[in-house]
Design a protein around this ligand. Structure first.
Ligand code: ARG
Length: 472
């Protein structure tokens, strides 16, 4: 009985199954470094405020270092009997240093402690995620530079629409990942406030200095309302929303890579190291990594739904339901980081079949819009031009030829305004080169965007300036 830090008012022990069911060590053990940093900051503040003696502080700081070492080396194993990372560490500290360890929890509750640890932990992981996003962006920018003028079909409705450059297509994902990084940064900034001192829910009777703990832990400020601070899980929702959107971008990208690698498309080949074979069909090389990444978005989005639903009906302030908050976000972060890593490592080895891409862009009447534009420039109203080109396409389908192969007689038969020169000038190169404005697919524009991105990624704030405050 006495081994539970809260056991005083209890007469009989916890049910054995409940003990295991109630425990969160398997999920929260990974926050041990943050828990120890938080305890160090709290102890220093207690001492500065005259709430803890300097002898006790010294013992606590030394003891926490020992506990940290024991966890790192695997010497200290957490027990579910002590429920979570917080009570395991405090109990080991007390075993090491005695009464001073028992004084550490003055003016603190696990309710402010757990959300402080979680914010610190997720702040570090968010910085890591942003770094992964930046890396993937640089990989894509490099590929975009190489393929600034590689022509491929652009699709709408997955039907050939107009020629685009592969560089332009890849830079579309650089834009998406930029918004993802911005969402993570935005959430990071909002969550970077220190709940310590909110205690159980109402604050504490001790003369604490919340600015000091906030500062020691690298937070921008203390939270302003104790009830809000211990029950707020917005930051987990926001991070999971950012993670979900990012995973959707990766999933769309995956879908394209999977299509492009099929024999029917034949646009690309992914490196062997990121594919697997079939145990029965010897010819198979399957794009497992994009498929798995596409699949991961399901569980990451599941995590977002889980946290939203968990918090939805909760009265203020802390409720035990909230222990479920970490499972989803940790799982989502582990998996999303894995996805970003796999893409960053896989894409530099992607083989692009430029001839196949070019051929695909040159068939399927991808230049039809440009023929209509040429008629418009010759004074034909756009709707008439659309009709004339539509008839031309019909003619070509019947004759099994491409638009540029139409002869003068065929042009004249369709419409007197259709000049064979316009038809002969059609080329996919001309199509992409003509879209030469900001946001357009012209190789020129792609190279300009590449240069801009290279500059931004080299100088950009990567949020790696975070300081957890080692507590030193
Ligand atoms: N294990 C708990 C969690 O992760 C820690 C906070 C518990 N607080 C409490 N009063 N039971 O949420």
């Amino acid at each position: 009985m006495s081994e539970k830090p809260w056991g005083g008012r209890f007469e009989s022990p916890t049910d054995e199954f409940v003990e295991a069911f109630n425990a969160s060590t398997d999920v929260d053990a990974r926050m041990y470094a943050e828990d120890i940093a938080g305890s160090k900051a709290h102890a220093k503040m207690l001492c500065q405020q005259g709430i803890l003696s300097s002898e006790d502080l010294k013992a606590i700081l030394r003891g926490l270092d020992v506990v940290y070492g024991e966890i790192e080396s695997g010497e200290l194993e957490f027990t579910i009997a002590l429920e979570d990372v917080h009570m395991n560490i405090e109990s080991r500290l007390t075993a090491l240093i005695g009464d001073a360890g028992k004084r550490l929890h003055t003016a603190r509750s696990r309710n402010d402690q757990v959300t402080t640890d979680t914010r610190l932990y997720l702040r570090r992981r968010t910085d890591g995620m942003i770094d992964r996003l930046r890396h993937l962006q640089s990989v894509l920018v490099l590929l975009a530079e190489e393929h600034a003028a590689s022509i491929m079909p652009g699709f709408t409705h997955l039907q050939t629409a107009q020629p685009v450059t592969l560089g332009h297509h890849l830079l579309a994902y650089v834009e998406m990942f930029e918004r993802d990084a911005a969402r993570f940064l935005d959430a990071r900034q909002r969550m970077n406030q220190c709940p310590l001192g909110s205690a159980a829910l109402a604050g504490t009777t001790f003369p604490i200095d919340r600015y000091m703990t906030a500062d020691l832990l690298g937070f921008d400020a203390p939270t302003a309302n104790s009830l809000d601070a211990v029950s707020d899980r917005d930051y987990i929702m926001e991070l999971l929303a950012a993670a979900s959107i990012c995973s959707i971008h990766l999933s769309r990208f995956s879908e394209e890579l999977i299509l492009w690698m099929s024999a029917q498309f034949g646009f690309i080949d992914l490196p062997d190291a990121f594919c697997t074979g079939s145990s029965i069909m010897p010819q198979k090389k399957n794009p497992d990594m994009p498929e798995l990444v596409r699949g991961k978005s399901g569980r990451i989005i599941g995590g977002l739904v889980a946290i939203l639903t968990t918090v939805k009906g909760l009265p203020l302030a802390y409720n035990k339901d909230m222990q479920e908050d970490k499972t989803a976000v940790f799982d989502a972060f582990d998996n999303l980081e894995g996805c970003l890593r796999v893409f960053g490592d896989m894409l530099p080895g992607m083989k692009v079949n430029k001839e196949v891409l070019h051929k695909a862009a040159s068939s399927g009447f991808a230049t039809a819009t440009d023929l209509a534009d040429a008629l418009v420039r010759a004074g034909v109203p756009f709707r008439d031009a659309h009709e004339i080109v539509g008839k031309s396409v019909g003619h070509c389908i019947r004759e099994k030829i491409e638009l540029h192969a139409m002869d003068a007689a065929a042009c004249a038969a369709i419409d007197a305004r259709l000049n064979v020169e316009m038809v002969r000038e059609l080329s996919v190169e001309a199509c992409v080169a003509a879209r030469d404005h900001i946001g357009g697919t012209a190789p020129q524009q792609v190279l300009q965007q590449v240069a801009l991105w290279q500059q931004r990624l080299a100088t950009g704030a990567t949020a790696s300036d975070s300081t957890m405050g080692s507590g030193e």
